[in-house]
Write a protein that binds this ligand. Structure first.
Ligand SMILES: *[C@@H]1O[C@H](CO)[C@@H](O)[C@H](O)[C@H]1NC(C)=O
Ligand SMILES: *[C@@H]1O[C@H](CO)[C@@H](O)[C@H](O)[C@H]1NC(C)=O
Ligand SMILES: *[C@@H]1O[C@H](CO)[C@@H](O)[C@H](O)[C@H]1NC(C)=O
Ligand SMILES: *[C@@H]1O[C@H](CO)[C@@H](O)[C@H](O)[C@H]1NC(C)=O
Ligand SMILES: *[C@@H]1O[C@H](CO)[C@@H](O)[C@H](O)[C@H]1NC(C)=O
Length: 466
C-alpha cells in the first residue's frame, strides 16, 4: 500500500485544494488539484481502472526524491488494477516525468495520456536504459514541449520501451517535423495519429524514411498542411505494411496532376480523402483498396475501377448523376447523399441491386418514372439505409415539389406497369412471410387470404410451408 500511495502521491501532489472522485460504474477516478492534505483521497482510486490527474503545477516537485522500492512495494504495484493514466492541464517538469516513469515498469498500466500539458526543461533518461514498460499506448493532445529534433540521443535510453510501443498519438500539438530516428525507434508501432498538426508536404519523406515505422498499419494525417497528393504518395511509399491512411481535412491542390510514377503501398486498404479540397479524383489510386472515402469534396464526375473496392463514400459532392461503378464488382456500400443527382432511372437499379447499403438522400429528385423510379424500387428491396424516407424529397415536377418521394403514387413513377410489380410484390411477400409466420406460431392457421394479396405466389407458398 505504501508504494502505491507513494506513486499516486508523487503524481498527485498539487498546490490548490482538491481531491479524488471515484465513479464506480465507470471505474474512473478523477483527482482534481490534489494537495498534500487531500492526497489521502487517492486511496479510493486503487480500485479504478483509469485515473485522471487534472490541473496544477508539478514544477516545484522537480526535486522530489523517489527512493528505490522494496520487494513488497513492487508486489503492491503489480497488483494494482489501474490500466490507464491521464494527465490533464498540468505543467510537467521532464525531470520528474523521467523519474516517475520508472514506477510504471512495476505496474500494469497500458495506456498513458497527456492532455493540455506543458513539458518543461529537459531530462536525462539514463535511468531508463534497457527498461521495459507495460505501456503500449501513448497519447499527447494539445501539449507543448521542447522540440524533438536534435534530442534523439537524449531519448535513446528509452529505446527498449519505444521499440515495443504499439499506438502513438500526437495531436493538435504543432508538430511540423518528425525526425527519421523517431520512426526507426518505434519499430513495433501499429498506429500513428498525427491529426491537427502542421506537417507539410516536405516533412513526410524524412519522417517516414527507410527503416522507420516498419510495422505501421494505421496512419492519420488528418487536418495538416498537406497540399500535394504526389508528395504525400512519395512520402509514405516506404511504409510497406500500411493499411489505413487518413488524409482528410487537408487542402490538396488538384489540376496540377501530371501523372506521377509514385506507387502507393500495395498493402493500403482504407483511404480517406474526405474534405480534401478535391475537384477531381486523383490518380493513381492505391490498387487494392477496399474502402475509399471521397465525401465532402467538389467532385462532379467519378469514374473508378477498383476490383477489390467494397465501400465508396461520395456524400456531399456536386455529382449530377450516378458515377460509373461498373469497374467495381465487389462494391457493397455506395453513399451518394447530398449531391445534385436529379435522376436515378429504373434501369440503374440493376447496377445497384447487388449493393447492400445505398444512400441517396438529399438529392434534388425529379419525381418522374425516368427520374426516381429506381429509388422506390431500392427502398422496396430494403437497400436504402438511414435517411429513408424523410431525406428523399422531390424537387420536380412542380406538382410534387417538396413531397416525400415515398408519398408519390407508384403510378407516377411507373414507366410500364409490369416493371413496378417486382419490388412491390417482394414487399408484400415479406409481409406475408412475417405475418403468416406469426399467425402459424400463434394458432396454427394458414392465412391464404393474406397471401393472395401478394402477387408473388412462390414467395407466399414458401410462407405457407413454414
Ligand atoms: C458515473 O458515470 C456515469 C456515466 O457517465 C454517470 O451516469 C454517473 O452519474 C456517474 N456517477 C457518479 C457518482 O458520478
Ligand atoms: C491547450 O492547452 C492549454 C494549456 O497548455 C490550454 O490553456 C488550452 O485551453 C488548451 N486548448 C484546448 C483547445 O484544449
Ligand atoms: C503550410 O505550408 C505553407 C507552404 O507549403 C507555409 O507557407 C505555411 O506557413 C504552412 N502553414 C503552417 C501552419 O505550417
Ligand atoms: C474519413 O474522415 C472523416 C473526417 O475526418 C470521418 O468523418 C470519416 O468517418 C472517415 N471515413 C472513414 C471511412 O473512416
Ligand atoms: C423531369 O423529368 C421529366 C421527364 O423525364 C422532364 O421532362 C423534365 O424536364 C424533368 N425536370 C427537370 C427539372 O429536370
Amino acid at each position: 500500500m505504501r508504494g502505491a500511495a507513494l506513486l499516486l502521491l508523487a503524481l498527485g501532489l498539487q498546490q490548490a485544494e482538491g481531491r479524488c472522485f471515484f465513479n464506480r460504474t465507470e471505474e474512473y477516478c478523477l483527482c482534481y488539484r490534489l494537495t498534500q492534505q487531500s492526497a489521502g483521497s487517492i486511496i479510493q482510486c486503487l480500485a479504478a481502472s483509469a485515473v485522471e490527474f487534472q490541473g496544477g503545477d508539478l514544477e516545484k516537485y522537480a526535486d522530489f526524491a523517489i527512493e528505490d522500492l522494496d520487494a513488497s512495494t513492487i508486489d503492491m504495484l503489480g497488483s494494482l488494477e489501474i490500466r490507464k493514466i491521464i494527465f490533464s492541464d498540468l505543467l510537467v517538469p521532464e525531470v520528474l516525468l523521467a523519474r516517475i516513469l520508472r514506477f510504471f515498469s512495476y505496474t500494469r498500466v497500458q495506456e498513458m495520456v497527456f492532455e493540455s500539458c506543458s513539458f518543461v526543461g529537459r531530462s536525462s533518461w539514463a535511468d531508463m536504459a534497457g527498461q521495459a514498460l507495460p505501456i503500449v499506448s501513448l497519447s499527447f493532445h494539445n501539449v507543448t514541449a521542447a522540440a524533438l529534433a536534435g534530442r534523439e540521443q537524449d531519448l535513446s535510453p528509452l529505446g527498449r520501451w519505444l521499440g515495443a510501443l504499439q499506438e502513438l498519438s500526437v495531436t493538435a500539438s504543432h508538430v511540423a517535423v518528425l525526425p527519421c530516428a523517431v520512426g526507426r525507434a518505434l519499430g513495433s508501432l501499429r498506429s500513428l495519429d498525427l491529426a491537427h498538426n502542421s506537417l507539410g508536404d516536405d516533412s513526410l519523406a524524412p519522417a517516414f524514411c527507410r527503416g522507420a515505422f516498419a510495422q505501421l498499419q494505421v496512419l492519420s494525417l488528418r487536418h495538416n498542411n498537406l497540399t500535394s497528393y504526389h508528395a504525400v504518395c512519395g512520402g509514405v511509399q516506404l511504409l510497406g505494411e500500411l493499411r489505413h491512411l487518413d488524409l482528410s481535412h487537408n487542402a490538396l491542390i488538384t489540376g496540377t496532376s501530371s501523372s506521377s510514377a509514385c506507387q502507393w503501398p500495395a498493402s493500403l486498404r482504407v483511404f480517406n480523402l474526405s474534405n480534401a479540397g478535391l475537384d477531381e479524383v486523383l490518380t493513381p489510386l492505391p490498387p487494392n483498396l477496399e474502402v475509399l472515402d471521397l465525401s465532402s469534396n467538389r467532385l462532379h464526375a467519378v469514374d473508378i475501377s477498383l476490383r477489390s473496392l467494397q465501400a465508396l463514400f461520395l456524400s456531399r459532392n456536386v455529382l449530377p448523376a450516378l458515377p460509373s461503378i461498373r469497374g467495381c464488382p465487389a462494391l457493397r456500400t455506395l453513399h451518394l447523399d447530398n449531391n445534385l443527382i436529379a435522376e436515378l432511372p429504373r434501369d440503374e437499379v440493376l447496377l445497384l441491386e447487388h449493393l447492400r447499403d445505398v444512400a441517396v438522400a438529399g438529392n434534388p429528385f425529379n419525381c418522374t418514372c425516368a427520374g426516381a423510379g429506381a429509388v422506390q424500387a431500392l427502398a422496396a428491396m430494403g437497400c436504402l439505409g438511414q435517411g429513408w424516407p424523410q431525406g428523399y424529397v422531390c424537387q420536380a415536377p412542380a406538382r410534387y415539389q417538396g413531397v416525400l418521394l415515398r408519398d408519390v403514387p407508384a403510378s407516377v413513377l411507373q414507366c410500364n406497369p409490369a416493371a413496378v410489380l417486382a419490388p412491390v410484390c417482394t414487399g408484400l411477400a415479406l409481409l406475408c412471410v412475417a405475418v403468416a409466420g406469426g399467425l402459424l406460431w400463434a394458432r396454427g392457421a394458414r392465412p391464404r387470404w393474406l397471401c393472395s394479396l401478394g402477387r408473388q405466389k412462390d414467395a407466399c407458398n414458401t410462407a405457407e410451408r413454414l
